[in-house]
Every structure is written in C-alpha cells, then in structure tokens.
Write a protein of this length. Structure first.
Length: 416
C-alpha cells in the first residue's frame, strides 16, 4: 500500500484545529490580575509581604518545606542555589546529559564546571551507576532533573550523595507536584528549584521557586537577588546579615503580577494534574495496543505530577509500506497528515551544545573554571533519543485525545 494514501486530504480523521493551548488561565486569575491593578496594589515588593508571601506560604504548605524563595525565573533560582551551597570555585557539578541547559548553565557564573553523565534509556533520568563512576575529589554538587515529570531513583541517589558528601539540587521544573513512593519531589535535595515559566503546569508567565529546609542555604539564596527589605529581615546569621542592605547586588525578585498569576493558578493546579494523568493515561493505554509506537515508560511507585512532556517512542520494524520498513521520520509525516501534532523532541542533549563541548568559550570571566567534561559513554542517552517522539500534553480535551487514538489505530492497521 502506498504511503500517499495517508498524506492529508479526505482521509484525515483527526482534529484539524488548534490541538494545544497554553497557558489556560482561569477567569478567576484574569480577574485577580485586573483587581490587583485597579486597587493600585504595589508593582514592586522588596519584602516578604503581600502577594509574594501568600504565594510562598502556599508553596511551602503544598510541598512540605520550611523555606520558599520566589524569583523572576527558574534559571535564577538555580543560580541562587549554586551560590547558596557555597562550594569552592573549580568544583565539579555532576549533571545528566539529558536536561534543559539551565539546570547547569548558571553554575558557570559561580566558577563551577559540569560533568556530563549518562541517563537511563527508558526514562531519560540520570543513571545512578554513571553518577558513581563520575565522582572525583572535585565533585561537590549533583543536580538532577526529573525528566519530563518522571521522578528519578531517589532511593539510590540520596544515599549516594550522603556517602560522598555531595550536595543535591533537585530541578523540579518538569515535575512539580510529582511523587516518588508517596513523597513529593522537591523534598529530597539540599535545595530544590522549580520554574513557573509560561509552559509549566503552575505558571506565572515568568517566575521561579527555590525551596529548602536549610536556614543557611535560604539566607544565602536571599542575599543573591533580594537586597534590602527582604534580606534585612530574613537574613539573621551574624556573618551574613552584614550584607542585608546590598545582598550581592543583583535583583531576582518576582514581579508582583507574576505572583498574582501563580497564586491564583495554584487553585486549579491539582485539577490540571489529575486531568493530564487521566487523558495521557488513556492515550498510553491505547498506544500499548497499536503497532509502530510505544507510550513513555512510567515506573511503579511514582506519579508524573506536572507531566511536562509526553514522549513516546517509534518502534522500527513494525510498520511497512510496500513490504519495506518505514523509518521514524516517515512515520511522523504520515501522522502529521492525519492531523496529529507529533515531532522529534526540540531540546538537544547537552553533549550536542557548544556551551558544553567547545574547548574554550569566548567569555574570559569563566575560561579558567568552565571546563565541561563527559564521564564515560552516553549510550543510554543515545538509546533514549533514538526514535523518540513528542506529543502535546493534553490537559482538558478528551475529544481530541480520542481522535488521536483513532489516527494511531488507523495507521497501525493499514501499515502493520
């Protein structure tokens, strides 16, 4: 059968309009922003008061951590985390090869250098074996990302960090709200961070969160980008409080309107999580029964939380045209013609980025300390990306999910 039979036209059965709209701001959030402006509420908050305090207290209660520091981005929350851990310049930070660059790139501004390690080929999470092999006497920090919302193997990672005296940063930007054996991610690390950028399930448009139970880390992080008001009241350590009025001279404060958005959107956060789990669970169950594609792996004892990405995998050898196996890119074209929004993942692994592979970056301030290296091979990373696909993370439209399922079944039956 010719592949041309699938290329658009009358044979398309799936939804042809907009498949995915985000952020889905509630009417209550829009009204809250409008009311905030109408009431002439402050548009800059230097202290831990008002809407900033409301947001941070809400997050503290939800996650179960003592200290929450809001920032203007997840990247700057990470920067504050690296500063707060207060390790020596030249120290190494182990990071998984599959993560967004901002999990580790802020470390370059702190005089630290990354060590790239492999990931599990099924989940894309960091390989514990690869971590152990990468540890040297320079290793001071491990930063992990719960990839696409799937919690990493914390039962192995936490003891390993304790064994070698390594500080742990959890990047929960993909996974805010996820659980590992009933415990929320963000409660395992010395410091955890999350992004509230517009694509995240809990969104502020732009914003970030730093979370910790350690008072010293919280106070140091406060000094990084929250000078005067907040630092003068929150930083009580005698040595650190001397710098309350200036901090480190940077400003990472969240914009109050962003805090209003995040605070009000939190009211629908759990419903969004439950809806995504239901719809994407239905899609996964259907994909188990069709040829040519497998749903993403979700291990026992975890929940996906924000479900930041839905990344199934094409299975080579199960679909044919005129007796010949089709490849992943041909499959994508066929599914696109059926109205399915499917493509290769847009974010590359770190070992394909110039920032981590060039021998010298053209910034003199970091040329002595930013010396990325790869530990071991990256076979797991290669296997994870091989034939990996990306689909929308549907939140509310079961009708469109049903149409997607119809399209996958149709192609499976015709080419399988």
């Amino acid at each position: 059968m010719s592949d041309l039979a699938f290329y658009g036209g009358e044979k398309s059965v799936t939804y042809q309009g907009k498949h995915f709209e985000w952020p889905l701001l509630s009417d209550e959030t829009i009204k809250a922003v409008n009311d905030y402006l109408k009431n002439r509420e402050p548009l800059s908050i230097a202290t831990r008061t008002g809407i900033v305090k409301k947001l941070e207290d809400t997050i503290s209660d939800y996650v179960g951590v003592k200290y929450v520091l809001s920032t203007n981005s997840g990247s700057n929350a990470l920067y504050a985390a690296y500063v707060a851990l207060n390790v020596e310049p030249g120290s190494e930070v182990i990071v998984q090869n599959l993560t967004f660059h901002a999990s580790i790139s802020p470390a370059m501004h702190c005089g630290l250098t990354p060590v790239l390690v492999d990931v599990e080929p099924d989940t894309g999470n960091v390989s514990v074996e690869a971590i152990r092999k990468a540890i040297t006497n320079k290793t001071k920090i491990l930063v992990i990302n719960h990839t696409w919302g799937h919690p990493a193997d914390m039962d192995s990672i936490v003891p390993l960090c304790k064994e070698f005296g390594i500080k742990l940063i959890e990047d929960c930007s993909h996974s805010f709200g996820a659980t590992y054996k009933g415990r929320k991610v963000g409660t395992f690390g010395d410091i955890s961070v999350a992004s509230m950028q517009a694509s995240k399930t809990l969104t502020a448009g732009e914003g970030g969160l730093l979370m910790t139970n350690n008072s010293e880390y919280y106070q140091r992080a406060s000094l990084v980008g929250h000078y005067r008001g907040r630092s003068e009241t929150e930083v009580t350590d005698k040595q650190l409080s001397r710098y309350g009025s200036t901090g480190m001279g940077l400003k990472f404060r969240i914009h109050p309107l962003a805090a209003v958005i995040a605070y009000n959107e939190f009211a629908t956060f759990e419903n969004k999580i439950k809806s995504r789990e239901k719809l994407l669970g239905k899609l996964s169950e259907a994909l188990e029964q069709v040829k040519g594609i497998r749903p993403p792996v979700i291990k026992e004892d975890v929940t996906m939380g924000s479900y930041y990405g839905y990344k199934p995998q094409f299975v080579y050898g199960e679909l044919k045209i005129d007796g010949k196996n089709i490849d992943c890119d041909t499959y994508i074209k066929i599914m696109n013609a059926e109205g399915v929004d499917i493509h290769r993942p847009s974010v590359k692994p770190l070992n394909e980025m110039s920032l981590f592979m060039d021998e010298v970056v053209p910034f003199k301030c970091v040329e002595q300390t930013w010396k990325p290296r790869i530990s071991g091979n990256l076979i797991g990373s290669e296997k994870y990306f091989e034939n990996r696909l990306s689909l929308p993370t549907f939140t509310y439209s079961e009708e469109i999910v049903d149409q997607y399922i119809t399209a996958f079944k149709k192609v499976s039956e015709c080419l399988g």
